[in-house]
Design a protein around this ligand. Structure first.
Ligand SMILES: [Zn+2]
Length: 295
């Protein structure tokens, strides 16, 4: 079953729901970054909510970036989401494996930490891009995003997100659920939604049991009016041209040093680990191009 995001309305259009399955894209992120289970769960959770944030964008050329740092061992978590359903991202330390002794669950909150922030930046191509920052509540990601939506975007929101990893460390189910109150929602709608979230329980377990997310949406929300379905994927839009544009911003002296010391340079895309190699001749070309541009 392909990864998919479902956008819909329940409770006579007074409550908006976003439900996504992200199993395959989390598994691809694991392979690309060689993620160990707890790092995988952390990045997978952020990627899943990022996919939903991407689905909230208005136009195809917009992008949303999530930046989390809670001063925990994982360091920074960065993700990008796009309206067309693709996401990408990375974490500072991909090799963390830590289980909570009491719950036997992956200790995401511990490796992320909570002495820090969650920032969401919407790149709309305009000068005044939207950016909202909140402090982290627990580092468990779901709660932190719920707090972000409620405080920064002022939309009462519940978030449930999860990544299930098997004993071979592969992702067997991942996904997220975001429930938001529309402006005309009343107390009954809020109570109803709170109960619903409780009944649904673990979203990754629900996805494990029903991998067809359209069917799952109908099962979980009997009265859902589906507005949009978008396929999701992990994809990075890095390219040789983009790496070239980055290289050319370095000083000619720095580039000359690469020629003298290493006879070339390798650039690794931090979002997808793809390697780009520039040999000595290519670097010499860049120096010439810089000289021409500066003339
Ligand atoms: Zn890349």
């Amino acid at each position: 079953m392909t990864d998919k995001l479902i956008k819909g309305l329940i409770r006579n259009k007074k409550v908006r729901v976003y439900l996504c399955k992200t199993t395959d894209l989390c598994e691809l992120a694991r392979v690309k970054h060689d993620l160990w289970p707890t790092s995988l769960a952390a990045l997978g959770r952020v990627l899943s909510v990022t996919a939903i944030l991407g689905g909230m964008l208005k136009n195809d050329d917009e992008k949303v970036t999530v930046h989390i740092n809670g001063n925990g061992p994982i360091g920074t978590i960065m993700t990008d989401g796009y309206k067309d359903g693709h996401v990408r991202g990375f974490v500072g330390d991909p090799h963390l494996m830590l289980v909570d002794n009491h719950t036997n669950k992956l200790a995401v909150g511990v490796i992320v930490g909570k002495d820090g922030y969650l920032r969401v930046i919407k790149d709309t191509g305009l000068k005044d891009d939207f950016a909202g920052t909140v402090k982290l509540i627990s580092g468990e990601i779901g709660e932190d995003f719920a707090y972000y939506f409620t405080v920064s975007e002022q939309i009462p929101t519940a978030v449930s997100v999860g990544v299930l990893v098997d004993e071979k460390n592969s992702v067997i189910a991942a996904g997220a659920l975001v429930i938001q109150m529309m402006p005309d929602a009343n107390e009954d709608d809020i109570v109803y939604s709170e109960e619903l979230i409780k009944d649904i329980g673990s979203i990754s377990q629900q996805i494990l049991n029903q991998q067809d997310v359209s069917k799952l949406a109908i099962k979980l929300f009997k009265d859902i009016e589906i507005l949009e379905e978008t396929e999701l994927s992990f994809r990075c839009d890095c390219s040789l041209e983009k790496m070239y544009s980055a290289l050319i911003t370095l000083s000619s002296k720095d580039i000359q040093d690469m020629i003298d010391q290493d006879h070339g340079c390798e650039i690794v895309c931090q979002y997808c680990n793809k390697k780009y190699y520039f040999n000595e001749d290519k670097l010499k070309e860049i120096i010439v191009e810089k000289a021409v541009n500066n003339r």
